[in-house]
Design a protein around this ligand. Structure first.
Ligand code: ADP
Ligand code: ZN
Length: 598
């Protein structure tokens, strides 16, 4: 974004310079004209004066040009030439003839034919200011992009992205896989001679912020080819019928400047599965069809690589994935522990950090963060450090930034009643205490009843490990931890509140996935069940939805009962932790663990 603004600014500066230059030029031309006019005026005498001078024998020579009303006059005793304007040449010529014949024989009269070239230039000169003005107006329009029909709406073009693979941290395997694309763009002949086929379309799958755009730009940067990008969501906003023509123009342009990279972000917006033919969808179909036509229409000697990004691969129309289209798919995962450390290393380069900051530790505290979030985290920390008037970014700044990003900003001035505080204290204590007795759950890092973001309080966990697989036991215990808040409210206050709504939503979602996605239910077994798809219901029958409902409910119910049992067994600890929270508002990992010693 920042880069684009800069470009716009540069463009504006250029425009202003140009306008100033043109104005100076026009002023100069007008000035010269005025000056010449003035000089001519100086030399000019009246017709009556000339008449008198001729009659009194003072004129040596008269020069007249055919077709011109200006007469040049040379006087006998002067080198200066004078001019005068006569309305009509004919009566003046007659008068001169009379003079010559009668009493003025020494007067010389010359008739000249006009110099065609000179008149042409004179005419041109008199039009110059107008011509300049017209050129100026055209340039202004051009520079503002008005009337420039070849420009594609929403499209961005960079001749040189300047991004290199070294600017993309982690993702080593992915970069390795893409190096051959760079080679191909640099030296297509080599591959063609070998008869090797390079994929034309590559689909990048991954969450937003994982660096898909960045890696696409890096390919262009490494190969030193232009990068044209466009976002699928922009097509949706457009008027009917325009989407397809935009796609066509985009590829026309790409062919002109090939070798190049075409990047289509959010391709799911145009390439989602074709189901029915209603309104917006048929519009999408046209756009999608045009995209397919373009992908199929590549000549074998064209060096255009189309990269597309999406975070919803399951939405894509299968036609997009056929051979010759987007037949190579690369998953761009959220960075793992090592990847996060690499990304942090990259972004601390231009920041001042306290000596005791350990990037490995920060990487450990930020499981699930994307590259964009990590870069944002360090930026937030730098802002907090500045606001706190620290000389360098301190640990506390980074911790505060992590909290701000994960649970939202502290809301110090939100007024919380004593009753609400007590409720929150028990709710959060419930989560924390229950987790402590669950084998698979993460350790508690901090518990607080200070409101943040939308939440009245929060329990933060330490997540040091990246997990690729999650076991059934772990998911079941996760449900128990989630319901620990509601369970504590019920046990300690004998009432329940709306504060648990998010916990319940998350827990229900997990339970549902356990049954329908991971095949973890005993009664239904390891089958994939998308109960909202009519097709699946045809296979399994309507009853399957009832059974899924029963199974989901059973998982959640059991978790709720287990959470209550744990809390009842350790009711003293629950009271103590809640009490401490009411006193201190926030308790640390050590303080929390202190309740479990002896
Ligand atoms: P996506 O296209 O996947 O949504 P972007 O490529 O736009 O994500 O990433 C957003 C920003 O996050 C990048 O400009 C970069 O600053 C940062 N970023 C993301 N992943 C990485 C990475 N692996 N290495 C370095 N920076 C990254
Ligand atoms: Zn909760």
């Amino acid at each position: 974004m920042a880069k684009k603004n800069n470009k716009d600014k540069k463009k504006n500066n250029k425009l202003i310079l140009f306008i100033i230059g043109a104005l100076i030029l026009i002023a100069a031309v007008v000035g010269i004209f005025a000056f010449q006019e003035l000089k001519a005026k100086e030399k000019e005498i009246s017709y009556d004066q000339l008449y008198q001078d001729i009659v009194h024998h003072q004129v040596e020579k008269i020069e007249m040009t055919i077709g011109s009303s200006t007469v040049n006059i040379k006087y006998k005793d002067s080198d200066d030439e004078k001019t005068t304007n006569i309305n009509s040449l004919q009566p003046f010529a007659e008068f001169l003839n009379n003079q010559l014949e009668e009493n003025n024989p020494e007067l010389k009269v010359e008739y000249k034919t006009p110099n065609k070239l000179m008149t042409f230039f004179e005419n041109l000169l008199s039009f110059l200011p107008t011509i300049l003005l017209v050129i100026l107006i055209i340039m202004i329009f051009k520079m503002q992009g008005i009337g420039e029909k070849s420009k594609v709406y929403g499209e961005n073009e960079e001749n040189n992205t300047g991004v290199k693979f070294k600017d993309v941290a982690g993702l080593d395997e992915e970069k390795n896989e893409l190096i051959e694309i760079v080679e191909f763009l640099k030296n297509p002949k080599k591959f063609q001679n070998m008869g090797a086929k390079i994929p034309r379309g590559i689909l990048l799958y991954g969450k937003p912020g994982t660096g898909k755009t960045l890696i696409a730009k890096a390919i262009a940067g490494e190969a030193n080819v232009p990068f044209i990008s466009m976002s699928g969501s922009e097509f949706i906003e457009m008027f009917a019928g325009l989407g397809a023509s935009r796609v066509r123009k985009l590829f026309e342009k790409a062919k002109k400047i090939a070798p190049c990279i075409v990047f289509i972000d959010e391709i799911d917006a145009i390439g989602s599965r074709r189901t029915s033919n209603s309104g917006a969808e048929s519009e999408n179909n046209q756009t999608l069809n045009q995209l397919l036509v373009e992908m199929d229409g590549f000549e074998s000697n064209e060096t255009i690589i189309v990269l597309a990004a999406t975070n919803r691969p399951e939405m894509l129309d299968k036609a997009l994935l056929r051979p010759g289209r987007f037949d190579r798919q690369i998953t761009i995962p959220a960075p793992d522990l090592l990847g996060r450390e690499e990304i942090l290393k990259l972004y601390v380069k231009n920041k001042k950090l306290a000596a005791d900051i350990d990037l490995k530790e920060i990487a450990g505290d930020t499981a699930g963060f994307t590259g964009a979030e990590l870069s944002n985290l360090l930026n937030e920390a730098a802002i907090l450090a500045t606001r706190n008037q620290h000389k360098v970014i301190e640990r506390s700044d980074i911790e505060a930034a992590i909290k701000k990003i994960t649970v939202g900003l502290e809301k110090h001035n939100r007024v919380v009643s004593e009753k609400d505080k007590k409720l929150t204290a028990y709710h959060e204590a419930g989560h924390a205490v229950v987790s402590k007795f669950l084998e698979t759950q993460d350790n508690v890092k901090e518990v607080s009843i200070i409101p943040r973001g939308l939440a009245g309080g929060y329990t933060m966990y330490k997540t040091n490990e990246d997990k690729y697989y999650i076991s059934k036991t772990e998911l079941e215990e996760k449900l128990v931890a989630l319901l620990g808040g509601r369970a504590a409210e019920k046990i300690a206050l004998n009432d329940i509140s709306t504060g648990a709504s998010n916990d319940i939503e998350v827990a229900t979602g997990i339970a549902r996935d356990m049954i329908t996605v991971y095949g973890m239910s005993n009664s239904l077994g390891p089958i994939s069940l998308k109960v909202d798809e009519p097709y699946e219901l045809q296979i399994f029958g309507e009853n399957i939805t009832d059974e899924v409902g029963v199974q989901v409910k059973q998982l959640v119910d059991e978790a709720y009962i287990k959470a209550q049992k744990i809390l009842l067994d350790h009711i003293d600890i629950l009271h103590n932790v809640a009490q401490k929270l009411l006193e201190k508002e926030t308790i640390s990992e050590e303080e929390f663990n202190g309740f479990f010693e002896n």
